[in-house]
Design a protein around this ligand. Sequence first.
Ligand SMILES: [Zn+2]
Length: 62
Amino acid sequence: MILSKMNGRVRCDMGGCTNPAEYAVGREGLPPGSRLFLCEECAKKIAALVVKAEKAKKEREK
Ligand SMILES: [Zn+2]
């Protein structure tokens, strides 16, 4: 996976979010158009949610 910095000319892909995209998430070998664009706020929220979900999963496995 690739995480690249955006120049802010694209909107965030998250539904209901109108912030300019800060990051582009994509996969190696795929066209740039297939990337997911996220603003800093949404990227951080998603990252926090993933961390939380991972923690919950680990807790259940104990
Ligand atoms: Zn956003």
